[in-house]
Write a protein that binds this ligand. Sequence first.
Ligand code: NAD
Ligand code: ZN
Ligand code: ZN
Length: 389
Amino acid sequence: MKATVWTGRNSVEVQDVPDPAMLNARDAIVRVTSTAICGSDLHLVDGYIPTVKKGDILGHEFMGEVVEVGPGVRNLRPGDRVVVPFPIACGACFACEAELYSLCENSNPNAGMAEKLMGHSPAGIFGYSHMLGGFPGGQAEYVRVPFADVGPIKIEDDLPDEKVLFLSDIFPTGFMAAEMCAIRPGQTIAIWGAGPVGQLAAASAFLLGADRVIVIDRFPYRLKRAQRTGAEVLDYEEVNVLDALRDMTGGRGPDACIEAVGMEAHHPTPAMYAYDRSKQAARLETERPYALREAIMACRNGGVVSVVGVYGGFVDKFPMGTVMNRSLTIRAGQCHVQRYMRPLLDRIRSGEIDPSFVISHRMPLSEAPRGFELFKHKQDECNKVVLTP
Ligand code: NAD
Ligand code: ZN
Ligand code: ZN
């Protein structure tokens, strides 16, 4: 079959690879009908994840048709249309019982590798390197789906792929980002990153009752797409974000700040807030700070900083003093997608939201390398690429 494989830093190719085979009783094989490129794939392509290997199949946002199920999968049959969540989860461990599916204790066969880097291991993830299980990803014609009795949800035929595909990741992720803010009526939420995740976080913040949402980025075409949700926007190349947010919130700062950027945040030199003795104030050492640090600095006293942008390794100069002295709450996580799929499918079905508004490019799987180029460099107004095998 054809699949998108990692062939080195800044390099992906569509290659012929062996078809997946059933390994366990709870496996299913899914024939992929739609799959997408995610900001998280860029961390692999950019070379930030050391445990990816040449030949690894990428992709963790996909849906398709079940073609084979093991004897342990009683809820699915060949022919069923399913969306598959990106974290692989057993459904029965301590984490899964607590609905913390992206922390499943039984789905990462290489947990030891992750423990060395992070202390404990999160769940396995499709197409996300060996540290997270080494599972072949979904930018392929076929995928083996472990624990297929737990993750995939069936989709009725009347809903087109594009409306439901993002239940696999970015809609639940945007929703969880907003949910972690514990939004109350009248509140203002600021979001760093007007990518698909930031845009769906904005839409979700309104679904959860936010009064105002302010989205921050530097690409006007992405800010325009964020405005479709009803959000106000700030171009951080045009304004000082901290001053603007203060002005927009009566001096107090946003009630919650969502970080939807991740570790490749645009900052030409390592940015940091340093203490300037002469001014007796914190000052920015560059004009373009890490989005995370800026979100922490901007948040009102006692507010929440909700981090869904992906970080690997250690973020140095983390402003713990700000977090501590201003009673901030930091919440973060890979999305517990399984928790959100059904309720969000209901919201799609009822017409409350159609997440397909994020799509800018559609192309055959064979053109995945071009899709990665456009998405990585934000060329041709690229916002979200959907690939069809
Ligand atoms: P994307 O690359 O399309 O969007 C990121 C946006 O951030 C870009 O528009 C970029 O211009 C903007 N940006 C860069 N530096 C900035 C700064 N200093 N201030 C404000 N904006 C800045 O990616 P995406 O698909 O929207 O994903 C966003 C992040 O969410 C990534 O880190 C991705 O890995 C992560 N993610 C996390 C989960 C999860 O479960 N937690 C799931 C999906 C994606
Ligand atoms: Zn993703
Ligand atoms: Zn589990």
